[in-house]
Design a protein around this ligand. Sequence first.
Ligand SMILES: [Zn+2]
Length: 244
Amino acid sequence: MQAQWKRRRRAAHVVGAPAGGRCPLCAGERLRTIDAVNPREGIVCIDCGSVPRQRALSATLAARGLAAGCVHESSPSLCTFVWLRQAARELVASYYWPDRRPGARVGAFRNVDLRTQPFGETRFDLVVTQDVLEHVPEPRAALREIHRTLRPGGAHVFTVPRSQHRDTVTRAELRDGRMHHHLPPEYHRDPVDRGGALVVTDWGRDLEAAVVATGAATCTAVGVQDPAIGVPRPVEVFVAVTPT
Ligand SMILES: [Zn+2]
């Protein structure tokens, strides 16, 4: 039964019903519905590969004029990397490879553990993380570092899956250098790790409070819903601003 569903889904991926709208990342108009039940991922841009949460985030940045300064994006996808490189005065893109030297340059990227970043204080106007915070061990340490590297009044704009119906749950915890699982391990697709990325945190309704507790002055969930950019159903984009 499950195999059949997978086959159907793969066929839908190839065909995909036209979804309407224009992609704000690449200006392409070939948006296709590949998963009608998933508002965050279900409509793909054939031209750049963007999904609704990425288009919602870029539209939020553009509407608030946030992308023009000095930007750090952690674990970018190609579509937002290309878009931000054009929009930003300077773009620092990073991934984390634990077995390489911290801060090392790896091609176009820096090797950055979000919990211990090699950047000076107030280095960036904007930090972007897209579906990263659910995978970071010790996410509060990562958030504190993100706020440290932002200038006063700088913004951390991010997406993350979260439930409005319960509080945040820690699925796994790093202790003595080892991952301890409180819940059965769950993995998301990862562009740099074929094994997938472990989900460490299931974020809940207390997310904004958790972000403010780590040093932001405010954290607001923006509900983006705009069929004109291929986001026909609400997708949350979070905007955290550091104190001025
Ligand atoms: Zn596109």
